[in-house]
Write a protein that binds this ligand. Sequence first.
Ligand SMILES: [Zn+2]
Length: 352
Amino acid sequence: MSVKPGVVSGKDYLALVQSCKEGKYALPAVNVVGTNTANAVLEAAAKNKSDVIIQASNGGAEFFAGKGFPDSFQAKVLGAVSLAKHVHLLAEHYGVCVVLHTDHANRKLVPWVEALIDHGEAHHKDYGKPLYSTHMLDLSEEDLDDNIGECARVLKRMVPLDMSIEIELGVTGGEEDGVGSDEVDNDKLYTQPEDVLKAHNVLSPIGHYSLAASFGNVHGVYKPGNVQLRPEILKNSQALVQERYQTGENPLDLVFHGGSGSEKSKIEEALRYGVFKMNIDTDTQFAQAEAIGHYVDENPRAFKYQIDPDDDTPYKKFYDPRKWLRKAEENMVQRLGEAFEDLQSAGRSIAG
Ligand SMILES: [Zn+2]
């Protein structure tokens, strides 16, 4: 099955998720903070003939609107809208399918998500499709019933817009943009299959949801050995839902957070257990910083003088932001090439 290139939602999004799961590959979900990073993701996806997920955290969305924007909440909303419109305009021309998504939103960020759903409604009215394909609600720090109940309420708003929700059960260690915690009981780092079944019972009759299950994953890059990745947690959740609902294998659409620095064998295992999305932020952040660091090291005087005081060399063509921002983009594209390989999505775009 092929899908028109560009931002996908509704049945095209579901076709993409299904393609991933049947083919045992996943799409990188890359956090972006501006047009540079968004374009680098599109470039990398096109170059590797892979579909891709572009996502913004609340902080990333705020940055997109501008750190000087007078109202922080409005910046988070309008920045996310601006990013989405940018990607809607360009994605189809890169020739791949793009899922637009917003990252972790805890209780205090539910109004942010709902404001984006308002914008999604307006966009749906005008263009017959939503602004974002999916939003995440991360209420994993709350009581299970509160978490599931609130996700159900928000999903009901999203279904008429052909949107899907991502939820989190169990806690991803570390923190992402102020959401999350370093002080979590170790057993909360592993999602319980019974909790997954409970969420599935409530959400699957309402609409499509995906699940960020915790199997020892941690945001950011840490010294190995602190937490043990246990992908069999995913397998156990799949098995329980499969048995209870008499479905085919891997009925759950799973998401892998905190994948930076994971062993390749654990990633491969996660793909076998129905993971179709793996978040990438830390590694692409470093790729950008690394490239700019090298560039500054190679051209130190261009970052001190417009014209060299010793020999009058003009440095304009070195300090032009397009030069060093491009270095960051190129290295991000390079790093994403590795991600497409690790997730086995390279060459498998369903855009046609
Ligand atoms: Zn995350």
